[in-house]
Design a protein around this ligand. Structure first.
Ligand SMILES: [Zn+2]
Length: 171
């Protein structure tokens, strides 16, 4: 089984990853992004990605379209640059010592590069209207995104509505 990351309907423009590679992809972006995120925009983007947790949501069910991500269209270029910085940090193995496995770089790095190229192409017109509002409004009261974006004390990464993606620790 596999997950697809797409950018619109263009079938040729997608990133296909095995379930295992998807987990690694989300792990390394969450590690790097949790360290770099400063603004609420940035934290939201990383928590949203971290929620693509197949152990909770289901294997092979976490594909997404980049247009659905909680981009702030009023600040899109900054948001995009942030994600590019996160990809670069992931390429530099940011906080990989916190992983209990060794990512397969030959599979991971091309996936990160493809993701980066797709992000580059994203325009404000592409972004789903109300992408942030729809997600935030659906959150429960105790959701980390409504409670100051806490991090796991042990792993230092942003918590999702499912807790820490590494250890399950909750708010
Ligand atoms: Zn943790």
């Amino acid at each position: 089984m596999a997950n697809f990351v797409t950018l619109g309907e263009n079938g040729g423009n997608h990133l296909q990853m095995s379930n295992g590679l998807t987990s690694v992809f989300i792990d390394v972006l969450t590690l790097a992004g949790s360290k770099l995120a400063r603004t609420d925009d940035e934290k939201r983007l990383i928590v949203w990605l971290a929620e693509k947790d197949q152990n909770i949501v289901g294997m092979g069910t976490v594909g997404f379209d980049i247009r659905e991500m909680p981009w702030n269209t009023g600040n899109l270029e900054d948001n995009k640059q942030f994600i590019q910085n996160v990809v670069e940090a992931a390429n530099n193995k940011s906080d990989w010592d916190k992983l209990d496995y060794q990512p397969n770089e030959e599979l991971l790095f091309p996936a990160l590069e493809k993701f980066s190229k797709m992000i580059e192409k994203l325009t404000a017109e592409d972004v789903y209207p109300n992408a942030i509002a729809d997600w935030v409004n659906a959150a429960e009261k105790d959701d980390p995104i409504l409670n100051g974006f806490p991090k796991c004390e042990k792993h230092g990464i942003l918590l999702t509505c499912f807790g820490c993606i590494f250890c399950g620790a909750n708010l």
